[in-house]
Design a protein around this ligand. Structure first.
Ligand SMILES: Cc1ncc(C[n+]2csc(CCOP(=O)(O)OP(=O)(O)O)c2C)c(N)n1
Ligand SMILES: [Mg+2]
Length: 575
C-alpha cells in the first residue's frame, strides 16, 4: 500500500472521521488519498493554524484525537501556536507535514525545512512529545505507532511526523494493528496510595474530617469519569467544584455543585475552598495552575490534608506538598473510593449529614454569581452578562459551547451553565486569540448532533475569523456569536485607566461582522438591543446552518473576576 493510503487508513482504523488540511506541493501525493478514502472527510481550512485548531477542537469534543495535514516550512511555522495550545492543555493531536524529497535535503531546495535546513522537526520539538522525520519507508509503521502511542499516553499531548515527498510515494509493506483501547483510558492507580487516602478520610484516633471537598480538573474529563464522579459525590455527600478548563464535567445544576473555582469562578466554590473550615481537599486531575488557584493562594490549603490525584507523576507536589499523592487514572481512583470495603464506606457515610448541613450553609451565603443584576441589564450597547444568560436560555441542555480569549472568556466562564463533560471547551492555559473559531468547526465535525455555539470577540475575529468560511463551505452548523465591543476588550479595561493614548491602541473600528459573514456564505444578523437577543439566538438555532451573530456590546463593563483581581493584588512569592 502507498504510504499516503497507509497513513489515512490507519487513522480511519483509529476512529478518525475528519482530517483538517491546507494543501501544497509538499503534500501533493496525499491529494488522491484524501479525496478518495471513504469514511474520512477532508476539511480544507483557510490557514494551517486554523486546520490544527480544528484538529484540537475535534479531539476535545470527541475524546479521541485530532489530525491535521500541513506543508513543511510556512505550513509548519503557521501551526506553531496551535501546537502550543494543545501542548499546554494536554490535547492529543497528530500533525503530519510534507517535506522535500530526502535527496534534496540541505541543498537550497524550495521550501526545504528538513533537518538539514529550517528544521521543522526541531521547530515543533518543544511543543510536542514526539517530533520525528520518517527517514526511511521501513520506519513508517514504527514511527506512526510510537507517535500515536505517545500522544495518547498519560496526560496526552500533540505529536508531529514529517514525511518527505519520496517516502509519501513509496510502498509500506507493514499492516496497521489498531491501538489498544486501554491507551485512551489507562485505568491504573497506585494501590498503596489508596490506603493512605482512607487513613486521611478515616483516621484512627483523631476526629474524623467532615469538610471534604473535591476540586475537579481536566483529568476527570479525560478519564471519561463523570458518572463515577457523580456517584461518588452523591454517595458520600461531597461538594464538587471544577476548574474553568473542566467546567461541566460535574453538572453545574447538581445540588452538590459549587461551580467554578479560580478565574471567572463562583462565590460558593471560592468562599468555601478559601475558608478555614476546609479539612480535606481532594484535587482530581488538575495541575493547580496560577488561574486555577487564584495566584497559588495558600488559603486553599486545608487544615487536615491535601489529596492530589493525577495521571502525570510530576503534577502532585508541584505546586504544594500533598499528604497523599495518587498517581493514576482519576476515574479508577473515584471508582476505588466508591467500591471501598463496608467499614470504610460506612465510616465516610457517617458524616454525610454534617456535610449536608455544611452545604446548606454554603448556599445561604449568597447567590452563586457575584453580580447577578447584570444578567438582567437593559444597557445599550449590550451587557455581555445579559447576552450570555439569554444564549444559555435558548440553547438546549446538551448544547456545546466553545469560548475564545478575551473579556468574553470571563463572562462565559461565570454566566454560562454547563451540564456535561466536553460541553464547555476552551484553550485555558495558553489562551491564543481566535483559537475557538476554528476549534468550533472541528468540534462540530466530531459531534454533529448537539447544537454548538462559539463565543468570540472582534479582536479574535481579526486573527482567525476567516475560518467561518470553512464552516460555510462544508455546511458545518456552528453558531458564531461575536461579542463586538470595538476593542481588544480585556486589554482596553486596563489601558483606558492609563489615559486616552493607551486606550486608543486597544480600540478596533466597529466592523460589520454580519456583512463579512454573508459575503462568505453564512447566514447572519446584527443584534443591538436586549429584546433582539432571544429571537436572534432562536433563529440561529433553528437554521441548523453556519450562522453568525454580531452582538454589539459595551466594552466598559467590568469582567466578573473580582476575587482573581484581589488575589493578584495580594500575591507575594511566599515559597
Ligand atoms: C495570540 C494572542 N495575542 C494576544 C493576546 C493578548 N490578548 C488577550 S485577550 C485580548 C483581546 C481580545 O479581544 P477580543 O477578541 O475583541 O475580545 P474582548 O476582550 O473584547 O471580549 C488580547 C489582545 C492573546 N491572548 N493571544
Ligand atoms: Mg472585543
Amino acid at each position: 500500500m502507498q504510504a499516503t493510503d497507509f497513513l489515512v487508513e490507519a487513522l480511519k482504523t483509529e476512529g478518525i472521521t475528519h482530517l483538517f488540511a491546507v494543501p501544497g506541493g509538499l503534500l501533493d501525493p496525499f491529494l488522491p488519498t484524501l479525496s478518495s478514502t471513504s469514511g474520512v472527510t477532508p476539511i480544507v481550512a483557510a490557514h494551517e493554524g486554523g486546520a490544527t485548531y480544528m484538529a484540537d477542537g475535534y479531539a476535545r469534543a470527541s475524546g479521541r484525537f485530532g489530525a491535521s495535514f500541513v506543508i513543511g516550512g510556512p505550513g509548519i511555522s503557521n501551526t506553531v501556536t496551535a501546537a502550543a495550545a494543545a501542548r499546554t492543555d494536554g490535547s492529543p493531536i497528530a500533525i503530519f507535514s510534507g517535506q522535500v524529497p530526502t535527496d534534496w535535503e540541505g541543498r537550497g531546495g524550495f521550501q526545504d525545512s528538513s533537518p538539514a535546513a529550517l528544521d521543522d522537526v526541531a521547530l515543533l520539538r518543544p511543543l510536542t512529545v514526539s517530533s520525528l522525520e520518517v527517514e526511511n519507508v521501513h520506519l513508517f509503521n514504527h514511527h506512526l505507532r510510537s507517535s500515536l502511542t505517545r500522544m495518547l499516553a498519560g496526560e496526552q499531548a500533540p505529536v508531529h511526523l514529517s514525511i518527505p515527498l519520496d517516502i509519501q510515494r513509496e510502498e509500506v509493506h507493514a499492516s496497521w494493528e489498531a491501538l489498544d483501547r486501554s491507551l485512551y483510558s489507562p485505568g491504573f492507580i497506585d494501590p498503596g496510595a489508596l490506603k493512605r487516602v482512607w487513613k486521611i478520610l478515616l483516621p484512627d484516633e483523631e476526629k474524623r474530617p467532615i469538610h471534604i471537598l473535591a476540586l475537579v480538573g481536566a483529568g476527570v474529563e479525560k478519564a471519561n469519569a463523570t458518572e463515577t464522579l457523580v456517584a461518588f459525590a452523591e454517595r458520600y455527600e461531597i461538594p464538587v467544584a471544577t476548574t474553568l478548563r473542566a467546567k461541566g464535567v460535574f453538572p453545574e445544576d447538581h445540588r452538590l455543585s459549587l461551580g467554578v473555582f479560580g478565574y471567572a469562578g463562583h462565590r460558593h466554590a471560592i468562599e468555601t475552598i478559601l475558608s478555614e473550615e476546609m479539612e480535606v481537599l481532594l484535587v482530581l486531575g488538575s495541575g493547580l495552575s496560577q488561574r486555577d488557584t487564584l495566584y497559588w493562594d495558600r488559603k486553599m490549603l486545608p487544615s487536615h490534608a491535601l489529596v492530589h490525584a493525577d495521571i502525570n507523576p510530576e503534577v502532585p507536589g508541584r505546586t504544594w506538598h500533598t499528604e497523599a499523592p495518587v498517581i493514576g487514572d482519576c476515574g479508577r481512583f473515584l471508582d476505588a473510593l466508591l467500591k471501598a470495603n463496608p467499614t470504610q464506606s460506612s465510616g465516610l457515610e457517617a458524616t454525610c449529614k454534617q456535610r449536608s448541613a455544611w452545604l446548606k450553609k454554603i448556599r445561604s451565603s449568597g447567590p452563586r454569581h457575584y453580580d447577578l443584576a447584570s444578567t438582567e441589564s437593559d444597557a445599550v450597547p449590550l451587557h455581555p452578562a445579559r447576552a450570555i444568560t439569554e444564549l444559555r436560555k435558548v440553547m438546549p441542555r446538551d448544547a456545546v459551547l466553545l469560548v475564545d480569549s478575551g473579556a468574553h472568556r470571563a463572562f462565559c466562564g461565570h454566566y454560562w451553565e454547563a451540564y456535561g463533560p466536553r460541553s464547555y471547551i476552551s484553550a485555558t492555559n495558553l489562551g491564543p486569540m481566535g483559537w475557538a473559531i476554528p476549534a468550533a468547526v472541528g468540534a462540530k465535525a466530531a459531534r454533529p448532533e448537539p447544537p454548538l455555539a462559539v463565543v468570540t470577540g472582534d479582536g479574535c475575529m481579526l486573527m482567525h475569523g476567516m475560518e467561518i468560511q470553512t464552516a460555510a463551505r462544508y455546511g458545518i452548523a456552528v453558531i458564531f456569536v461575536v461579542l463586538n465591543n470595538s476593542a481588544l476588550g480585556n486589554v482596553w479595561l486596563r489601558a483606558h485607566q492609563l489615559g486616552p493614548g493607551p486606550a486608543a491602541l486597544t480600540e478596533i473600528p466597529t466592523h460589520d461582522w454580519a456583512g463579512f459573514a454573508r459575503s462568505l456564505g453564512l447566514q447572519a444578523a446584527t443584534v443591538e438591543t436586549p429584546d433582539q437577543l432571544t429571537p436572534a439566538f432562536r433563529a440561529a438555532l433553528e437554521a441548523e446552518a453556519p450562522y453568525l451573530l454580531d452582538i454589539r456590546c459595551d466594552r466598559s463593563f467590568a469582567t466578573p473576576v473580582s476575587p482573581f483581581d484581589e488575589a493578584k493584588k495580594e500575591w507575594v512569592d511566599d515559597d
